[in-house]
Design a protein around this ligand. Sequence first.
Ligand SMILES: [Zn+2]
Length: 410
Amino acid sequence: MTSAPVTPAHPPARGDVAPGSTSSLRGANQRRVLAVLQAAAGAEALSQAALARETGLAPATVSNIVRDLAAAELVETTVGAGRRGTTVRIARSAGLVAGIDIGHRHARVVVGDLTGEVLAHDRRPLGAAHPSEEGLDLVAAMLEGLVADLGRETDPGPLRSIGFGLPAPIARTSDGREVVMESAILPGWVGLDARQAAQERFATPVHVENDANLGALAEHTRGAGVGHGTMAFVKVSSGIGSGLIIGGEPFRGSLGTAGEIGHLTLDEQGPMCRCGSRGCLEAYASVGSIETLLAERLPEATFDEVVAAAADGNVVAARVFEDAGLHLGWGLAMLANLVNPSAIVVGGDLARAGDLVLDWVRVGLRRHALASVAQDTVVCASTLGDRASAIGALALAVRTVELIPAGGIG
Ligand SMILES: [Zn+2]
């Protein structure tokens, strides 16, 4: 069971601001203005009238918000001579955000600007059994190196926010902790308030999130899920987890652990799962279960070699992907019947098998979901590949930039 007592938090887990208060309304309005400017980044600067139109806010409100954001050095304004009046854009030196993804065998760090554009990235190997301090040391060194490199040419401004992904359920508590729950993948982190530990290390605001939830955010904002307001991302690597976007927003559940589909029971008498139960989805369709199945027939083959063998017509390799795909489709049918997403994006290592496995996922989904649901659910591979969680962590950092410090301007 879990090693830390947790109580549900009320989303969006900004415990310092009461919902409905003047400051929370101001914060929400600031975020709306910033989101429109982020979406317009790369195009010409927007007039304040256009910002009012796009956000639905009164021109006077927009004017006040722009003044606050400019004082916080997040936006820059240009006083126009013509009828457009003052125009606004994200400031060139508005600062940086970072996304960190700790995986089963690696650590990845990306640094981007406030629009979520990736400016620099790094990836290093990291053993699964490492203690959390070792992981934090590694990503801190990687982040420091990337920021220093970026600072050599221009002044990019301060590092404002970090999104931090871990392959484990993350519980957000009512007192602001973000605790790593039970995880067979990353035992050295279980029970840790990862948010506090990371904030102490980086001296920057941090938000921690499960890697599959971050993959969903990444695919929704920049990948195969763009345009799908209700979608699921399923990460199939050594384990299986999913992240949900509902009505355009990440859905976390009451504790923050929604989407843990890897341990749906498909057969009570089935093979043992590492969670201690039998016949879980993960025991049939994870990359780990595929490697176990092939241990005798293709003992030396890497996962990519198994994919190549299946593509070349090796019947054993092809059959393993067929079975894994059918089981995955069965599990996804339950998810589709419950949530009715318009797209299910499959990511993680398994996605490298492409249609060799996804064709069977579609068959499994059709077999077990309601006919109308199966017909309307697109199943596709991630377009962000193994960068999905890190890019999602960057997107989380963009969404959680502290706009105006508490007690600051105003
Ligand atoms: Zn299990």
